[in-house]
Design a protein around this ligand. Structure first.
Ligand code: SAH
Length: 228
């Protein structure tokens, strides 16, 4: 086979190694555990997750665990990103609200699968970094705002889908009101130590709630979340 020897192309070889790690992450952590939405799998196969963590952690970016991103916060475990995104049932036309931008990795997954993503982060340095990372990757359908996301994003409401990436003690009411009729929201609800992934559908103005897997998230801190 013709080709450039790997030792002559260190940048290319790192990219190829990360691509192989991504492929393995998708097979071992997502497919094997029952993630079946092909669009979710494709997005996570494509997005360079290692660019959402600091350089010293890049070699661990595709591991089966969350990683620190500074300010006491974490980038979610790949499986959690996969299952939450699958539970949203995105088709490509949706306007999505995300609460808890963090590293921006989940935001990128949503940007690949929806029409437009509005993401809210309460910690200024994280919001700024995520914005820069997403911009550098060329996403033009993402807006990141620094605010208490438990209020939602009233100026941009309503939303077809809402995803909350931090643990809520209960469903923040403003978020439900910013969901369209027929819309879906996915959020971890529980106490500080463990939560249940909860799916909320708005049907006839009523709230239909179902519970999926158990999970552990950092706290949603704000007016309709935990006290800071
Ligand atoms: N999906 C992100 C998860 C980051 S951890 C990732 O994988 O990188 C959860 C994030 O929610 C943290 O960055 C935290 O600062 C943020 N957060 C907590 N409470 C919030 C609130 N009320 N509004 C907006 N962001 C909040």
């Amino acid at each position: 086979m013709l080709g450039v020897p790997l030792w002559r192309d260190p940048v290319g070889s790192a990219a190829a190694r990360f691509a192989r790690e991504r492929e393995r992450m998708v097979e071992e952590q997502l497919v094997r555990r029952g993630i079946t939405d092909a669009r979710v799998l494709d997005a996570m196969r494509k997005i360079p997750r290692h660019l959402f963590v600091e350089e010293a952690l890049r070699d661990r970016a595709y591991g089966d665990y969350p990683l620190p991103i500074g300010e006491g916060q974490t980038i979610s475990q790949p499986y959690i990103v996969g299952i939450m995104t699958q539970l949203l049932r995105l088709t490509g036309s949706e306007k999505v609200l995300e609460i808890g931008t963090g590293s921006g990795y989940q935001t990128a997954v949503l940007a690949e699968l929806a029409r437009r993503v509005c993401s809210v982060e309460r910690i200024p340095s994280l919001a700024a970094r995520a914005r820069a990372t997403l911009e550098a990757m060329g996403y033009t359908n993402v807006w990141v705002r620094m605010a208490d996301g438990t209020f939602g994003w009233p100026d941009e409401a309503p939303f077809d889908r809402i995803l909350v990436s931090a643990a809520a003690p209960s469903l923040p009411q403003p978020l439900f009101h910013q969901l369209v009729e027929g819309g879906r929201m996915v959020l971890p609800v529980g106490d500080a130590l463990s939560q249940a992934l909860t799916v909320v559908e708005r049907v006839g103005g009523e709230m239909l709630t179902t519970v999926d897997a158990g999970c552990v998230f950092v706290k949603l801190i704000g007016k309709y979340g935990w006290e800071g």
